[in-house]
Design a binder for this molecule. Sequence first.
Ligand code: NAI
Ligand code: MG
Length: 587
Amino acid sequence: MYAWKIGPALACGNTVVLKTAEQTPLSALYVSKLFHEVAFTGSTKTGEAILQSAAMSNLKPVTLELGGKSPFIVCEDANVDEAVEMAHFALFFNQGQCCASGSRTFVHESVYDEFVEKAKARALRRTVGDPFKAGIEQGPQIDSKQFEKIMRYIRSGVESGATLESGGERFGKERSRVMWRFADLLEDHNDQIAALETWDNGKPYEQAAKVEFLETWKSFLYTNSSGWADKIHGLTIPADGLHHVQTLHEPIGVAGQIIPWNFPLLMYAWKVGPALACGNTVILKTAEQTPLSALHAGLPPGVLNVVSGYGPTAGAALASHMDVNKLAFTGSTETGKIVIQLAEKSNLKPVTLELGGKSPFIVCEDANVDEAVELAHFSLFFNQGQCCCAGSHTYVHERIYDEFVEKAKARALKRVVGDPFKAGTEQGPQIDSEKFEKILRYIRSGVDNGATLETGGERFGTGGYFIKPTVFSNVQDDMLKAQDEIFGPVQSILKFKDLDEVIRRANASNCGLAAGVFTQNIDTANTLTRALRVGTVWINCFDVFDAAIPFGGYKMSGNGREKGIYCLQNYLQVKAVVSPLKNPAWL
Ligand code: NAI
Ligand code: MG
């Protein structure tokens, strides 16, 4: 167990803290002090406890290798003596204390009585150890109406053969074709879908149609359709001894997905795409603010099920359902902590999280100030400032600070705010009154704490949730520290002196989603790229989202990666299959 844990962690360059079992401390070694990742093997109950304390502290990703209830299947043509010996070994080896022990011996009726007799005789010759037991507790109570609705969705999926838990009834190429058709349907309805997105969310129509829709469509083509559905396969592995070893990559089953309101369509594509490509059934819950654009056109019934509803009822029901095999969540860190605990308390379904960020946008002293101002403006104000990766902390080198602030203010004043359906509008309203009020509260606290309000800082017009593009200068780190994301059109400009300092300050954040780096110097770019503890670094660009580029967070910004080849592993199980090789031609 020590080797299995320590080996890969060190091979990947991590520091390890390993806790041995209290009964057997001697052979394991204590390696180092840092605590970046927890990997745990033990009873399901202790696993649950560890997951919960990790979830309640800093959301460090946890991998669990817990109990199994492995079947050992004896078919009617088996040699009974050999089968008895092997089944006995499968269960009793190591006093029966193996996670993989063959604890459920299924025997064909034609040889059953003989098998039982011989198994009993074989067992009598051995001292029996503790049998392996794994128990999972029922999850918390949920809203019963939602529960039943979701149950029906799951059943409909199972009935239509959509749950491919047993290895795939629908071939990859067929899935590919179905998803191509889906992408085509999306393309045919571009205008309507983009309009729904603007009605729902308030974002400028031009951005909904050109940016969000386009990326959504490409994401379906790349991730779902021709992209991956027919290229999911395992490995043939050379192992010691006369054994044939292969891995099967199988769908995980029913995938539960919860998405937010800031990019309803794109989040839908990032979640649904890989889950379907891997052959899973999906239950997706949209955000209560933005239910309209999620579609289920062109797919076999039951495969993709969209549930509209509130977080604490519909969302929580999904997270805690015993028959949902995986949960993917995008939203706030606070809710991320809740859903991970619901998953643990129910069936320990694996959870991937894409949470908030407080992304630094670092403008170095050699930067072209006009270009840097434009890009920093875009990095923060795009989508009304409602982006998980928004460049909310604009760090500017002291040599160009004053010039930058002046120009950033001028740029914000030029931003076109108003009717999102009008051509040329850059900024629409915020999502709802709650978030509108929260942003204004943050602005007031900035002023109270002594930051300089350069422009904006109040509502735009008299109706709707419009906020004037706001720029603060002379912002100190501690003013931003206590905040969660402002998630609005508020740019905070901080001053720095040298690279070591800005790296230290940027990395002091408990988030690590993305960073922007603006410099002409390749050495500076390389230094920052490697030093910043974030999932994406954009050098001299920002928000370049391509379906092939992985996206996700370090630290409390989440775990797992969406998009590209990396997202597939979230929706697959790996099964190792081992069989003896008799008289092989070669090894
Ligand atoms: P939220 O994280 O609460 O909502 C996101 C999704 O989670 C929605 O579908 C919601 O219905 C669901 N949800 C809420 N409570 C739940 C629960 N108990 N169990 C299961 N699902 C639940 O985000 P919210 O409240 O809309 O926004 C709060 C703040 O979160 C924002 O001001 C912003 O700072 C941040 N946020 C970050 C996002 C990101 O992309 N990282 C997206 C949305 C919000
Ligand atoms: Mg919430």
